[in-house]
Design a binder for this molecule. Structure first.
Ligand SMILES: Nc1ncnc2c1ncn2[C@@H]1O[C@H](COP(=O)(O)OP(=O)(O)OP(=O)(O)O)[C@@H](O)[C@H]1O
Ligand SMILES: [Mg+2]
Length: 361
């Protein structure tokens, strides 16, 4: 299996900077997910790793070899795309075995490997069918099989589940995760779906406008977002982000938002400064004498409900078990646990941190 290292990888298209000085280490056996909005450069990164697109700057290292300019077919990598790109006139067995025939392996050996992969992917009964006789999920598994059969150093996957309906997406997601655990393979996986990223990744790489915003475990990226962008991108509904002022009241740090003081319980005397305060909808509760708001709408998510409340001029989402206990038009108070408040610099968008007192913000 393989390590992949990106060293200052960049790609311009004319005046568009699609990928900007990306540094990333993918360890052997990791499942790294590149996550970000449409157009942030995810596919461009993957295509440069695969050798389908030359970088305009930087290097791609596979283990200790510089493969930046190596032809795609010489890289020990298998790519799975969003479109399955199966050969319509070939059977499932022939589609899966295609990379091995291209390598001129003996027929019996090809057959044995195809059967082995088909068993792993539960395609055993479908080997003689043509792609058009398969469901979308089965086709996607054939495409996975064609990558697996090569036994590559690493897998590169670009939104492989996005053509599947939501139920199939969730079962195939579980299958890919199980496969990763069983094979211990290195995977670089592109998606804009945060649920895929949170559930499958050992580490998430969040990209925005071709730049790296944050790399970390799903928990770290969700619980300790380094930037306002990451805070607002992960989570559904998104983290509430409101402009506020950080100031000290009697030697204790306090955030003033929507004309309410929220004490942080941290001893420090600092000059006033503007901040953006963030709190996730699940870390707000209805009731009490905190922020005052009016309920605009209540959304039923099944097991939970989200109340969207107007607080000053901001809409703030609160999420809780159903029934959440309020209705449109209700005047409500909102409580936030200070340990779940996130503070960001409004200019740089970066997280403001402190260890214990004294504070360094
Ligand atoms: N061949 C190309 N020529 C010109 N511009 C391109 C080309 N390929 C990509 N781009 C631009 O580079 C940027 C990154 O594109 P990329 O396909 O990597 O985004 P992405 O993150 O994969 O988006 P999506 O989630 O929509 O697939 C975009 O601004 C895109 O328009
Ligand atoms: Mg893409």
């Amino acid at each position: 299996m393989s390590r992949i290292r990106l060293e200052g990888l960049s790609r311009r298209f004319g005046s568009t900077v699609a990928v900007d000085d990306l540094h990333l280490d993918v360890a052997d056996g990791e499942f790294v997910v590149l996550l970000g909005p449409s157009g942030c450069g995810k596919s461009t990164v993957l295509r440069m790793i695969a050798g389908l697109l030359p970088p305009t700057g930087g290097r791609v290292m596979l283990d200790d070899t510089d493969i930046t300019h190596a032809p795609a077919r010489e890289r020990d990598l298998a790519m799975v795309f969003q479109s399955y790109a199966l050969y319509p006139h070939l059977s499932v067995a022939k589609n899966i075995g295609f990379p091995l025939r291209a390598r001129r392996l003996a027929k019996a050996e090809i057959r044995a490997k195809v059967e082995q992969v088909a068993a792993v992917l539960d395609l055993g009964g479908l080997l003689e069918r043509k792609p058009k006789e398969l469901s979308g999920g089965q086709r996607q598994r054939v495409a996975l099989g064609r990558a697996l059969v090569r036994d590559p150093g690493a897998f590169l996957m670009d939104e492989p589940l996005s053509n599947l309906d939501s139920k199939l997406r969730s079962t195939t997601r579980t299958e890919i995760s199980a496969l990763h655990q069983r094979l211990g393979a290195t995977v670089v996986y592109v998606t804009h779906d945060q649920v895929e990223a949170m559930t499958m990744a050992t580490r998430i790489v969040v990209l925005n406008h071709g730049k790296l915003e944050q790399v970390g475990t799903p928990e770290a990226v969700y619980d300790q977002p380094e930037t306002v962008f990451v805070a607002g991108f992960l989570g559904s509904p998104a983290m509430n982000l409101v402009p506020a002022t950080l100031h000290s009241v009697d030697g204790s740090l306090t955030v003033r938002a929507a004309e309410i003081d929220l004490p942080l319980g941290i001893a420090a005397d600092l000059p006033d400064r503007p901040v953006i305060v963030g709190v996730r909808p699940e870390h707000l509760a209805i009731g009490g004498a905190g922020l005052r708001g009016v309920v605009r709408t209540v959304e039923n998510l099944g097991g939970e409900e989200v109340a969207h409340c107007l607080v000053g001029e901001h809409t703030v989402a609160v999420r809780g078990p159903r029934p959440i206990g309020v209705r449109t038009g209700d005047a409500v108070g909102l409580r936030a646990d200070p340990k779940h408040l996130h503070l960001f610099d409004p200019d740089s968008g970066r997280r403001l941190t402190w260890q214990a007192a004294p504070v360094s913000v």
